[in-house]
Design a protein. Structure first.
Length: 272
């Protein structure tokens, strides 16, 4: 197959873009095997004496506990947001509701609000409820911020599902709950998984909320990473090692659901 000049330019640009994106990850990976001194060697080199000291710290019980906290907060909030947001999205997609557009804009405006605006009220509220430094406080906040996103995105996917499939289920005696679980969710699986991934990423990468609402028991990885940066020193090798481990779940998850991801990003964007 003969490549045209246009195809050649596109391929070259794609390779440059790939290198631009992948190089920081590559440098993060190799730097995690350096000592804190050799990281500053100049000129930089990829040939160096490998050190596993940073990974010994990153895989200690203390850091594994931080990863456990991040996993609990991310998974629980993501599935909670889906459990609440999907039925709400179905109602907005299928039922006649007064001022529906105003309702959708109001819901989306909650997601657009900067989290820092709510930090003080959230801290005061959870302090009063004695929930500071608990998984529940993080789960409640992450769920609240992700529900508008779930409703907005899933509504578009549900509107693309033919109503005939739901009408056939109604004729067979299915309830609304059965229609959602046995008809809507299986058909909209690509969109559901895409939405789930976005919710997970939002919670997994959060720093501000976790920094304010946690201390020791529920501290997550992003907050713990900040402790490696002091006023006069930075533990770069440990920072890189934890960064590598923190990136692995996202890369593995993205690879496993890549087919659903592509379908989810394209399905429902264009009606007709």
């Amino acid at each position: 197959m003969k490549l045209t000049m246009r195809d050649l330019i596109i391929n070259v640009l794609m390779i440059i873009l790939l290198i631009w994106i992948a190089f920081p990850l590559f440098w993060l990976f190799i730097s995690s095997f350096k000592s804190n001194v050799s990281i500053f060697d100049f000129p930089p080199t990829i040939f160096f004496q490998i050190s596993l000291d940073a990974y010994k710290v990153a895989l200690s019980w203390e850091w594994l506990n931080y990863f456990k906290n991040s996993i609990i907060a991310s998974l629980s909030s993501a599935f909670s947001a889906l459990a609440i947001g999907v039925p709400a999205a179905y109602a907005l997609a299928r039922y006649e509701i007064k001022r529906k557009n105003f309702t959708m804009i109001t819901i989306l405006s909650i997601r657009m609000m900067p989290p820092i605006v709510t930090i003080i009220p959230l801290f005061l509220m959870f302090s009063f409820l004695n929930l500071i430094d608990s998984h529940l406080s993080l789960i409640l906040v992450y769920t609240t911020f992700n529900i508008p996103y779930v409703i907005w995105i899933m509504r578009g996917f549900i509107e693309e599902i033919p109503k005939e499939a739901e009408e056939a289920a109604l004729i067979d005696g299915a309830s609304v709950f059965q229609i959602i679980t046995k008809v809507v969710l299986p058909i909209s699986k690509p969109g559901l998984i895409t939405t789930l991934i976005f919710c997970l990423v939002q919670a997994w990468n959060d720093f501000l909320i976790a920094f304010v609402l946690t201390n020791v028991n529920a501290k997550t990885v992003p907050v713990a990473l900040a402790s490696l940066v002091g006023t006069r020193w930075v533990l770069w090798n440990q920072l890189f090692a934890v960064g590598v481990i923190n990136t692995i779940p996202a890369l593995v998850l993205a690879y496993l659901i890549r087919n659903y991801w592509v379908k989810g990003l394209t399905l429902g964007m264009v009606k007709g």
